[in-house]
Design a protein around this ligand. Sequence first.
Ligand code: DC
Length: 227
Amino acid sequence: MKPSVIAIDGPSGSGKTIVGQRIAREFGYLYLDTGAFYRALTWLALNRGVDPHDGPALASLARGSSIEIVAAPAGEAPGYSVVVDGKDVTRELSLPAVADEVSIVAAHPEVRAEMLPIQRQATRRGNVVIAGRDIGTVIAPDAGLKLYLDAPLPVRIARRIEQLKAMGMTPDPTKVAAEMAERDRLDQARAVAPLKPAPDAVILDTSTMSIDEEVALIRDLIAQRDP
Ligand code: DC
């Protein structure tokens, strides 16, 4: 049987979104980006004046709000819309103000405790490609296929800059580089659900492969699990 849940973890700019969306489209799976939940909560905190260092206040904000991820019109980056309390905030989630604080928000155990059931529930529907930092280790430890995508930091910085430009923004390369390095550090160092490959994850260095090659390799991995 094909793996019903495909978990993709890895740092920012490792290619989770593009590869995950391609695989999801090819197999008719839903693509779910769990980073969008943390970004949405960060956006909400900034708008409501909630301190990104206050875990309990952030958890209560998450409990009292609705964060939905819905499919975007075909071809529109990033492929889905994030709707917070009825307002489409997708574009705002890429703003430096959100990127600067999101790793701090995501590190709170209280925040992760709120996100866990929502994200785990999303995997129960099956036929889902779910991307994040702790999917293979915490959210979906039973996933039929676990991938961990990685690439050297300079490669990931260049990709993020291109991604932001594709969304019509004019990113400052120095700022993007500093922000990504800091986010990597915070995501890997946090006590709860840090970024790391699950022991049974297949690790792919995406700097040495084209997207088509990555997709072909993942297709093979899926086929191996569906003899
Ligand atoms: O993938 P992204 O850049 O949108 O992620 C935003 C932040 O959320 C990043 O700092 C890591 C955090 N995150 C997390 O802690 N756990 C996840 N499952 C997904 C994202």
